[in-house]
Write a protein that binds this ligand. Structure first.
Ligand SMILES: Nc1ncnc2c1ncn2[C@@H]1O[C@H](COP(=O)(O)OP(=O)(O)OP(=O)(O)O)[C@@H](O)[C@H]1O
Length: 251
């Protein structure tokens, strides 16, 4: 089997006496969607923070493409190809969709934002930005200021900007949050496509989306992964039913 794109090894993080992350190990393989689910307070945000570099672990490792990035900061992990979206966002509301994505492409290429005007005239940057916008399904909205986008479109814009990083792995924090049923279905289709760009670690409460998309599901409860498996395995697991899925009123 090929080496995982992202690997978390025996990660620990406490806040005082509370073990928010208590010995978590997981992998993300090429082209897969690995969903992380769990009740409120289970430690999902803490784990994402440890993976993205916002938080430092007390022990354990985060390995991206075979490289130990445990001591690297958020920016260094982003440069190494980790695209985290939906919580921290650099979208500028007054700029158009195209302008925002051009800036993201320019930034990803290590060029200064001071040269914004030349950037818009730069056909290479512009073509790359247009391709990301098309991939995110926003071509018809390229001239709209980001601040005027609907909620779901804004999420698409964030994904288009994440694509500018040429990501090796996506870490997505509740992409379906705040979406109606149509928006959630559209986002589900988009994520199903994006997995071929880079695999996705998906933290999501929307179980329809999780069950439609995930190749594997890991269930986090009190800082520990209590079960990991296919959708069918997780749905049939009595411990998961007891600890979590029972609350979600499945089927
Ligand atoms: N900075 C912090 N200081 C102290 N305790 C914290 C801190 N961050 C998180 N915690 C605690 O760690 C535990 C895990 O929280 P976390 O936010 O990671 O869970 P979660 O699964 O993301 O929850 P939710 O689904 O509600 O967002 C909780 O008990 C929370 O109160």
């Amino acid at each position: 089997m090929t080496e995982p794109v992202l690997e978390v090894r025996d990660l620990h993080r406490a806040f005082g006496a509370l073990k928010a992350t208590d010995g978590v190990s997981l992998t993300l393989r090429r082209s897969e969607i690995h969903a992380l689910i769990g009740p409120n307070g289970a430690g999902k945000s803490t784990l994402i923070g440890l993976i993205a570099g916002n938080l430092k672990p007390d022990a354990g490792q985060v390995v991206l493409n075979g490289r130990d990035v445990t001591q690297a900061d958020v920016a260094a992990r982003a440069r190494a190809g980790l695209a985290r979206s939906f919580q921290v966002s650099a979208v500028a509301a007054e700029l158009t969709v195209l302008q925002n994505v051009v800036l993201a492409v320019q930034g990803a290429r290590g060029q200064s934002f001071r040269f914004f005007r030349p950037a818009l005239a730069n056909t290479g940057l512009r073509a790359a930005a247009e391709a990301h916008i098309a991939r995110a399904g926003l071509s018809g909205r390229r001239a709209i200021p980001a601040g005027d986008l609907a909620h779901g479109e804004r999420r698409r814009l964030e994904l288009a900007m994440a694509l500018a990083l040429a990501p090796r792995a996506f870490v997505l924090d509740e992409p379906m949050a705040g979406m109606g049923p149509d928006g959630a279905r559209e986002m589900t289709a988009l994520l199903d496509d994006l997995r071929h760009e880079a695999p996705i670690l998906l933290v999501e409460h929307d179980m329809d989306a999780v069950f439609a998309l995930a190749d594997r599901v890991s269930v986090l409860v009190s800082g520990r992964i209590i079960a990991s498996g296919t959708v069918a395995e997780i749905r049939a697991d009595p411990e998961v039913q007891r600890a979590y899925l029972g609350e979600e009123r499945l089927e």
